[in-house]
Write a new protein. Structure first.
Length: 480
RNA sequence: CGGGAUGUAGCGCAGUUGGUAGCGCGCCUGGUUUGGGACCAGGAUGUCGCAGGUUCAAAUCCUGUCAUUCCGACCA
């Protein structure tokens, strides 16, 4: 045993002690990011970026299956362009980064570094949409955007972040509304199937909707500590931007009409969601679908004859079906165990002399840490099954946590008490007035409406805040 | 944007009343090890966040600034 055991172990602060510190520790120890010299801008390291690449692949496939095409827009928006839609500019102006000098000369018009690209897409759509035959336009772009945030945290809120933004134009309102719902469903499926994260979905209130949108739909997963994270949004714009940008098309009846628009986005924040939903005190736990390494092979007593050969053999076999890494470095086995647990590799495969004798190996789940001995015959099947199990365990555990942390409030006092004593979601009735949202937020110190879910429970007849007749059941919570 | 804390080797930290920088881990070399963070021997690594100022002399004192972090406010 080591003499200075304590110091040799790279400690991760326990979640229960300090969740924020735990998050920062995990992000750094798992080698996802490094800080940069610019506030709120992070270096996404290979391991972190590989997660993003897997997220991209998965989402991109889903988008393209539905007929979307990828494009790329400029990163600069002329100031006058951003200002064309009034609500939009009001929403974003406070957090814009602006370029005023280029090539040593003051620019005649200031350039906004895109905080989102609605205006750029609209400018382009104005040029290319003439007829109903040009519709729908189903565009998406993968890019970076900049929003000058006051408080930043890796992945959750950064000044620059990566995302995809879909921007579509449709002939009819109905078609655009369908698209908005369709893409929200894509996000919901993606969160469940790829990230193993269950989430409430629903509509944002007037107060919380996107600047310039008619309606905003959202996916609201709950983090392990009960705090919400807006995991993705899908907006219906009506023809507001089309009017502001003068985008018209000749309709089937030979009249000029405005097309109806949507936009939808998921960002690198989703990586933050993975960390905070699944992680534990030993570090990250990655859902198999997006894990850069799905199986890590740790040879035991690798200097002994035949061990490395066998390990390589298994690696080659598994690499046909999975993302596999064989760690044959000189580090001790124990070190490797801890290292890959910290990095959240869903499945570990141990292979040593004893196993080889028995024609077996050991599979260890990152979630349960249970060791199972499996035969080397049918190994691929066993690994496939084990990974599926990890996914299911993660999903069910997150679902369980959400259940345990979702409360209902039918009176004002009850609402305030839960907000004060518990960390989680509160289901409560609401009259539809922004004033009540603001009051509840002030009284609780930050509990806001997350969404009006598609399926509402009828908890009572009156608003939990003002006592007037209730219009909706709203899910409330604190957010990152 | 307000309040607090921090910034010294890759990481974690020490550095006293100012005198020109150290420890542990990691890293490199060689050897022994290996089923839950191994051991021995040898070795390398610093614009003390940055910019000014005070001083014969600054990691240390002063001013400013940048970044990180926590708490608020703000926030698709």
């Amino acid at each position: 045993m080591a003499k200075n055991n304590e110091k040799m172990v790279e400690q991760i602060t326990s979640m229960e002690v300090d969740f924020a510190q735990w998050y920062t520790d995990v992000v750094k120890k798992a080698e996802l990011v490094d800080y940069s010299g610019v506030k709120g801008c992070m270096v996404i390291r290979p391991y972190g970026y590989a997660i993003w690449e897997n997220i991209q692949k998965d989402l991109d496939r889903r988008f393209k299956e539905l007929g979307h095409e990828n494009v790329y827009m400029p990163m600069f928006i002329p100031e006058s362009l951003l200002q064309k839609e009034k609500d939009h500019v009001e929403g974003f102006a406070p957090e814009c980064a602006i370029v005023t000098i280029g090539g040593g000369n003051t620019l005649s018009e200031r350039l906004i570094v895109r905080p989102t690209s609605e205006t750029l897409f609209c400018e382009h759509y104005r040029n290319i949409i003439q007829s109903y035959r040009d519709l729908p336009k189903l565009y998406n772009q993968w890019c970076n955007v900049v929003r000058w945030e006051k408080t930043t945290r890796p992945f959750l809120r950064t000044s620059e972040f990566l995302w995809q933004e879909g921007h579509t134009m449709h002939e009819t309102e109905e078609e655009a509304r369908e698209e908005t719902q369709r893409m929200l469903k894509v996000y919901e499926d993606f969160y469940a199937e790829a990230l193993a994260i269950p989430a409430y979905t629903g509509k944002k209130t007037e107060k919380e909707k996107f600047a310039g949108a008619e309606e905003t739909y959202t996916i609201e997963p709950m983090m392990h500590n009960g705090v919400a994270l807006q995991g993705g949004t899908s907006h219906y714009f009506g023809d507001g931007f089309a009017r502001a940008f003068d985008i018209t098309y000749t309709a089937r009846d030979n009249t000029q009409k405005y097309p109806h628009q949507t936009s939808w986005g998921v960002s690198t924040r989703s990586i933050g969601a993975i960390i905070m939903t699944h992680g534990d005190d030993n570090g990250l736990i990655l859902p198999p679908a997006v894990a850069p390494i799905q199986v890590v092979i740790i040879p035991v007593a690798q200097h002994k004859e035949g061990v490395l050969e066998k390990a390589n053999e298994l690696k080659n076999e598994l690499a046909k079906s999975f993302r596999v890494k064989l760690d044959d470095s000189d580090n001790s086995t124990g070190w490797k165990f801890s290292q890959y647990e910290m990095k959240g590799v869903p499945l570990r495969l141990e292979i040593g002399p004893r196993d080889i004798e028995n024609n077996s190996c050991v599979l260890v789940s990152r979630v349960t840490r249970e060791k199972t001995f499996v035969s080397l015959d049918n190994l691929t099947e066993a690994v496939k099954e084990a990974l599926k199990q990890v996914h299911d365990e993660l999903y069910n555990r997150a679902l369980e946590n959400r259940k345990n942390r979702t409360y209902t409030a039918t009176s004002h006092e009850e609402f305030l008490q839960i907000a004060k004593e518990k960390s989680g979601y509160i289901k409560a009735m609401w009259c539809g007035e922004t004033a009540c949202e603001e009051q509840l937020k002030d009284e609780t110190g930050g509990v806001k409406s997350r969404c009006i879910p598609f399926v509402e429970d009828h908890l009572s007849d009156v608003c939990v805040c003002c006592g007037k007749p209730a219009k909706h059941m709203v899910i409330w919570g604190r957010q990152y």
